[in-house]
Design a protein around this ligand. Structure first.
Ligand code: SDX
Length: 429
């Protein structure tokens, strides 16, 4: 017998269906609540509201569980590759060798960007933030591929758009980095793997051979896997919302990049390093900064701490924290901000303010330390997050389109002026 919820409003009781997911999560289906009772629900920031059902990623914030298509993140981070995880997120199953080779081949085929796009980069200001460039350039891809405007085109066109995005975003990211430096752009080298090709385009120079460091490639592969999807986070929900109007996938992803840029979301990884450096430059008085973070009158927050869903620990942060030691040792890097990060975590985790609010290090707290160790500049950290999250965004968009979900249009409760008549300006005070 399917479960029901009974709600009593103005003395009348209403029965609403209960939806139960494959992991036993339960939701009250309120689709008919307004028709039945005239009531809607209100939930700022959708803290307790499900916008959809999804078979892509499962996370349990209390238990610190994160699985992509049922596979634990710990296993994927240790054994898989970012390209294989991208295939898994998009198709629901791990690929066999033929499928993986074909997927990789399709992505390599589209790794170049149109030569005309390079002129756009010349007109961005020298100090343009790479996230602003990336969002603009990804959206401009839609102007080069007009067929992509209709998400319901034959699946081959949609598939090609997906390959183009996954193939071209690293190329665009690397060009934005080279453009910032005033260095010549590097063309993709399709003999290389996805991560290795990105490193080649970022750090290679036309004047010399660039040898990809396998430890750097391995660390980046792990970080991209850990960022690949995270169910209905702010940027993924943005991609679904924009895609729900049947805007093209390039524009939906461009909107996702914009949402990710915010310091409360993906922009936090840049904020963390800048915060750690500010603490170090201020004499490493950790107590002072922890007290600032606790002070209601101080806008300062401990970036990299807290999470909407994880209330015990972020499993990704645990993996990245462990990887920090390993990568820095292999790279022969001794980064003083890592010690500050560790001490900050230790102090915060013993402090009632953080314990009561269940604030723990999130995915952004340690990731920047690894990015820094492998040579990624701080302003590119959120671009790295976007590169990792891209397959997740696309998988979320694809699921929304395939499930023929309706255009997103939340309701509101009006709190403004009630009905009144227009007055001539001469009669106003
Ligand atoms: C990501 O959603 C996802 O899945 C996101 C993400 C993904 O993979 O897509 O995991 C990636 O965005 C990680 C989060 C990165 N952001 C930061 O590190 C920025 C710092 N963290 C916070 O801004 C905050 O913790 C959020 C935004 C992450 C979560 O905010 P919520 O769930 O809206 O919680 P809240 O702001 O209402 O905070 C609850 C309380 C408040 O105190 P009270 O009003 O109850 O007294 O905790 C306090 C907050 O002031 N608080 C913090 C804090 N985070 C929350 N106080 C100090 N420092 C912090 N970092």
């Amino acid at each position: 017998m399917s479960e029901k919820a009974t709600i009593i409003l103005d003395g009348k009781s209403y029965e609403l269906p209960v939806f139960v997911g494959s992991e036993g999560e339960k939701a009250i289906d309120i689709a008919k609540l307004r028709d039945m009772s005239g009531y809607i629900t209100l939930d700022f920031g959708y803290k307790n509201t499900g916008a959809t059902t999804s078979a892509i990623t499962f996370l349990d914030g209390e238990e610190g569980i994160l699985r992509y298509r049922g596979y634990p993140i710990e296993q994927l981070a240790a054994k898989s590759s970012f390209i294989e995880v991208s295939y898994l997120l998009l198709n629901g199953e791990l690929p066999n060798q033929r499928q993986l080779d074909e997927f990789q081949g399709n992505i390599r085929y589209h790794s170049l960007v149109h030569e005309d796009m390079k002129r756009f980069f010349e007109f961005f200001p020298n100090n343009a933030h790479p996230m602003g460039i990336l969002s603009a350039m990804v959206n401009s891809l839609s102007t080069f591929y007009p067929k992509s405007q209709d998400p319901h085109r034959p699946s081959k066109d949609v598939e090609r758009t997906i390959f183009r995005l996954i193939a071209k975003m690293p190329t665009l990211a690397a060009i934005s980095y080279k453009n910032n430096l005033g260095h010549p752009y590097m063309y993709p080298d399709n003999k290389l793997g996805y991560v290795e090709n990105f490193l080649h385009m970022m750090f290679g120079m036309p004047t010399e051979d660039y040898v990809v460091d396998k430890d750097v490639a391995s660390a980046l592969n792990t970080l991209l896997i850990l960022h690949a999807d995270h169910e209905q986070n702010c940027s993924a929900s943005t991609v679904r919302m924009v895609g729900s109007s049947q805007a093209n996938l390039y524009s939906a992803v461009s909107a996702g990049i914009a949402a990710l840029w915010g310091p409360l979301h993906g922009g936090a990884n840049q904020e963390v390093i800048e915060m750690l450096e500010a603490i170090r430059n201020d004499g490493s008085d950790l107590e002072k900064w922890v007290n600032k973070a606790k002070d209601k009158n101080d806008p300062f927050r401990l970036f990299g701490f807290g999470h909407r869903v994880y209330k015990n620990f972020d499993p990704r942060a645990q993996i990245i924290k462990k990887a920090c030691d390993d990568v820095l040792k292999k790279m022969g890097v001794n980064d003083p901000v890592l010690d500050i990060a560790r001490q900050l975590e230790e102090i915060a985790l013993k402090d009632d303010y953080f314990i009561e609010r269940k604030l723990y290090p999130n995915v952004d707290f340690y990731s920047g330390i690894i990015y820094r160790a492998i040579g990624i500049p701080t302003r590119m950290f959120t671009v790295m997050f976007a590169l990792g999250r891209l397959p997740g965004w696309i998988a979320q968009w694809k699921e929304m389109v395939e499930n023929k979900e309706p255009i997103g249009r939340p309701r509101q409760i009006y709190t403004g002026a009630v009905n009144r008549s227009y007055t001539a300006i001469k009669d106003r005070k």
